[in-house]
Design a protein around this ligand. Structure first.
Ligand code: SF4
Length: 955
């Protein structure tokens, strides 16, 4: 008996089918066949629940799975090739065709195909459909199959490729009688399988039946006494046009079908459409609604979120996890997007593409090489410095860098010592990195030429054991996604190995592998019980839920016109296929809406930067736009706070204002020796001294050029006066070579320009010096003096020049520019020098600007300090300076590190101290950031602004 039963398309379908099963179910002579795993599982679960006991799950099958299992049961030695095999097979055949092709035009096409990312998926799709047409006997073809059939008859390059692949596949299948794929398995079932007659066959859920399946069904109909085909009612919508084909097929097979009036869809009653300001608000509001449903007693597995792609799925999953809701992301991500897969392939990629700089840097940044001591920016700088960007990467480079280190080590003295030592240390680390890199590449080069796949699997095992992130349990949560990718990647490699493709070249293997990972996917996370499901529209269509949230429902995604470009390009009327594709997309949306009691469609109406976004046309067609919600952007309202994180944010920014920084700014700085620069850093911001000296925070990319220029000027002036040299340019050349050792400064053009420039500036400065310094008796040049302060603190001053005139001295400090002159520096020099001379004298204290040729002068005569304020001379007691110095040293030694953004910061530069005491003096304010200039630690301190009472000092 053959019966067609017309079934309503509504949310009670699964319930209804479970009830129907009671009529036919017998564990030993019953079979239920459905179109997808989700569909079949829901009916069997509901039926088992209804029956109240365990059922024979093998009696509930998805059609393709049933046929394959039947083949395997009846032919134990069968080898079954799944889609993975065909991915590898097609990728390797393309490489094979490239090797042997003589026609230039076709060869170029094959090369383009071989290079294109993700194209394998499209070829595979065409190949599978073409293979199905070739193998099946059906004469009616649906539009997509029809177009592919037409394509194969055309004189197109893609047609030639598909036909060649079909021929080669047939040859493999013929040569070995026991190799099957999905299509040939169907063919075997139709032509060779003999089955004892069983009693009841129930089929349901099909919206279309491809040609080969019709053959399979025909055979099944013969093998059962009773066949019950539950066919969907006719629907008055273009999305269900293909139901006509099923009705015709059933009629031709002798099923009686009642004539009914096509049903009209009513989705608006249960579908609400909401738009949100942007995607951030949408995520927040939708996950908030879900939280409320759970609080009100709904169970997580009654709810699903339907997303258009993997990245949106991830964003929703992260927010759900943050607010403590278990969730399953059912979408999959491409293996080529996994970080660990990229890292594992990076050494081979580097060799394949002949050591491109970006590949070398990617390898250095990967866990294969320990780069923690140098930033990747620094390494890139060294690549440039040693011309490794344009020259071939080789061992000789290491010798070149070693020679450079030797050069630096040979320089005698002096004030660049510290800097040179740091540089040498960095170069040495750089050499170490390059050596490790070369060893790794050498090892890989030797390995890949053997049995590539076997070697690569071993190499992965060995590498993973060395990657801390994979072996340390504390990262378990962070790497769970990457672990899934790794497992899938190994599975791909093992499959590839088992196919025994006759390939000798590692390059071909690498290309095949990169093609496969561009289409192969992995699961984001393990499945959890009783969790919110996140689906795409194809997965969601057959899943019944109480609540479905369709998010990011914009016209960019629904309908999705992702049609195989290989076929679209060669069609005479592409619109026909587009509209066929739209019907499928539309059907998926409708089905997904039908199998749910409450639908929430939402979309952001603008991007984060404010550009408008349009909703999908389906949104207004199937739903009722109830309201336009625009709410908060960053800080939610109190009633909408669902996570600890948001709670803290709310508290920090709203009424309670509890987040106050309340620390005692103390640290054991343990300073034993001071200089002007240390005191100056401290008085400008004690916290800055703490960060650089105690916390050892380094500004890795600080520009040292000003430091070098300063050293250069000082050294030239010292020798100039010391040796009474008259040819200044010669001296400039000599000192330039000593100080500017970096490659760039030594190129002939910048070098000659710089020498001219510096000679001119120094000449002008010498005239300026003679105008400002009355005395001609040089007493000391570049001399270091020391003394003790507050009993045991060693104070040091390196004075550029001291002139002596009877009982008075002139202390001179050269500055590149005199605009930042600090009276405190000159007075410290005077104090230390005075302590060394051991008798009182008058001092003129002078800053001379080399480049701006300006000067700043003060005088100390006995216990008074004289300075200029605009056009008048002012005086202060010397004791004021001494007590300021004493108080600063006391704070320094007591470990006071109060930053300048704290109101009660009592440490001040001397000139600011005087101004605050009421003296008329020009003093500058201190800033963490003023215009474009920032303190090096600005980004660190900016984080303190999370506290309500902190605001950095900005101009
Ligand atoms: S950013 Fe401001 S508070 Fe922080 S160290 Fe620099 S100057 Fe001091």
């Amino acid at each position: 008996m053959k019966r067609a039963i017309i079934t309503k398309l509504d949310e009670n379908h699964f319930e209804y089918m479970a009830n129907e099963m009671e009529k036919y179910y017998d564990p030993f002579s019953f079979l239920f066949i459905g179109p997808t795993g989700y569909y079949v599982r829901q009916i069997s679960d509901k039926f088992s629940e209804k029956l109240g006991k365990t059922i024979n799950r093998d009696a509930f099958r998805v059609i393709n799975q049933y046929v394959v299992e039947t083949l395997k049961l009846n032919n134990m030695d069968t080898v079954f090739f799944d889609r993975d095999f065909f991915k590898a097979f097609i990728a390797s055949q393309i490489e094979e065709y490239i090797k042997n092709e003589k026609d230039d035009e076709y060869l170029e096409f094959l090369r383009t195909v071989s290079r294109s990312k993700g194209i394998l998926n499209y070829i595979l799709e065409l190949f599978e459909k073409a293979w199905e047409i070739k193998v099946s006997s059906g004469d009616f073809l649906t539009p997509y199959y029809y177009e592919i059939n037409q394509l194969l008859e055309k004189n197109e390059k893609i047609s030639k490729l598909i036909l060649n692949l079909l021929n080669d596949t047939s040859l493999i299948m013929q040569k070995s009688g026991n190799i099957f794929d999905q299509i040939t398995t169907y063919k075997w079932y139709v032509e060779e399988y003999f089955e004892e007659k069983k009693k009841n066959l129930v089929l349901s859920g099909f919206f279309d039946i491809p040609p080969i399946l019709k053959d399979v069904f025909k055979k099944m109909f013969k093998n059962f006494e009773n066949v019950y085909f539950y066919v969907w009612e006719q629907i008055n919508d273009r999305a269900f046009n293909q139901l006509n084909d099923i009705y015709n097929f059933l009629k031709s097979e002798g099923f009686k079908i009642e004539e009914t009036i096509p049903h009209t869809l009513k989705l608006k009653d249960k579908t609400k459409v909401t738009s949100y300001k942007n995607s951030i608000v949408e995520i927040y509001e939708i996950t908030g609604k879900i939280k409320e449903l759970l609080i009100n007693g709904k169970s997580p597995n009654e709810i699903a979120i339907v997303v258009p792609n993997f990245s949106i799925a991830k964003q929703f999953s992260e927010k759900l996890t943050e607010i403590g809701i278990p969730n399953n992301v059912n979408l999959q991500s491409k293996l080529s997007e996994s970080k660990i897969v990229k890292i594992l392939l990076q050494p081979i990629k580097t060799i394949y593409y002949n050591f491109e700089t970006e590949d070398l840097l990617a390898l250095i940044e990967s866990p294969y090489i320990d780069t923690r001591q140098l930033t990747i920016e620094k390494i890139e700088k060294f690549f440039r410095e040693f011309r490794m960007l344009d020259e071939k990467f080789s061992k000789e480079k290491i010798q070149e860098i070693s020679a450079h280190i030797k050069q630096l080590e040979e320089i005698k003295d002096d004030d660049t010592y510290q800097d040179r030592m740091e540089k040498i240390e960095e170069y040495k680390v750089f050499i170490e990195i390059l050596e490790n890199l070369l060893n790794l590449l050498e090892e890989v080069k030797n390995g890949i030429t053997n049995d590539f796949i076997t070697w690569f699997i071993e190499f992965i095992k060995f590498s993973i054991e060395k990657f801390d992130i994979f072996t340390n349990d504390k990262y378990l949560f962070e790497i769970k996604e990457e672990k899934n990718a790794l497992i899938k990647f190994i599975e791909v490699l093992n499959n590839l190995k088992s196919y025994n493709l006759k390939i000798n070249s590692w390059r071909t293997f690498y290309k095949i592998l990169t093609s496969i990972i561009n289409v192969e996917k992995y699961r984001f996370s393990e499945r959890k019980e009783n969790a919110i499901d996140i689906f795409d529209i194809t997965q969601a269509r057959f899943v019944r839920k109480k609540f479905k949230f369709f998010v990011n429902f914009t016209d960019a995604f629904y309908p999705n016109f992702d049609i195989n470009p290989l076929i679209l390009n060669v069609l005479s009327d592409p619109n026909k296929l587009r509209s066929f594709n739209e019907e499928i997309e539309r059907r998926n949306v409708i089905l997904s809406l039908i199998f749910s009691e409450n639908n929430h469609i939402s979309f952001p109406h603008s991007t984060l930067s404010g550009e408008p976004i349009l909703p999908s046309t389906y949104a207004t067609e199937f739903g009722e736009v109830k309201d336009i919600e625009t709410s908060f952007y960053i800080i939610p309202q109190a009633s909408k706070i669902y996570s600890e994180f948001d709670k803290n944010l709310y508290k920090a920014f709203n009424e309670e204002r509890k987040l106050k920084l309340n620390v005692e700014w103390k640290s054991s700085l343990n300073v034993k020796k001071v200089s002007h620069s240390l005191i100056s850093t401290y008085v400008n911001c004690p916290f800055k001294l703490f960060l650089s000296e105690k916390a050892n925070v380094r500004n890795i990319d600080s520009d040292k050029s000003n430091l070098y220029i300063g050293i250069f000027y000082h050294r030239v002036l010292k020798r100039y006066f010391e040796e009474v040299v008259f040819e200044l340019k010669k001296l400039v050349e000599e000192v330039y070579d000593e100080v500017f050792i970096e490659e760039f400064f030594q190129y002939s053009i910048p070098k000659s320009i710089n020498i001219e420039n510096y000679t001119k500036k120094l000449n002008e400065f010498l005239m300026h010096l003679h105008e400002n310094v009355e005395s001609k008796n040089i007493y000391q040049l570049e001399k270091t003096y020391m003394t003790k302060l507050r009993g045991n603190i060693l104070a040091e001053a390196r004075i550029d020049r001291i002139d002596k005139d009877k009982d008075s001295y002139t202390i001179i400090d050269y500055k590149k520019n005199s605009k930042n002159s600090d009276m405190g520096q000159l007075l410290l020099y005077d104090y230390i020098f005075k302590s060394n001379i051991n008798k009182d004298f008058e001092t003129t204290l002078l800053f001379l600007g080399i480049e701006d040729r300006k000067s700043y002068k003060i005088k100390r005569i006995k216990e008074k300090i004289y300075y200029n304020y605009y056009k008048s001379e002012k005086e202060i007691d010397y004791d004021i300076y001494l007590s300021w110095l004493d108080s600063i040293l006391e704070k320094l030694t007591s470990g006071d590190i109060t930053p300048i953004f704290v109101e009660q910061n009592n440490v001040k530069p001397f000139m600011m101290y005087l101004k605050d005491m009421g003296f008329k003096i020009q003093s500058k304010k201190r800033f963490c950031k003023s215009y474009a200039v920032s303190c090096h630690f600005y980004e660190i301190c900016k984080n303190f602004e999370i506290y309500n009472n902190v605001k950095l000092v900005e101009k």
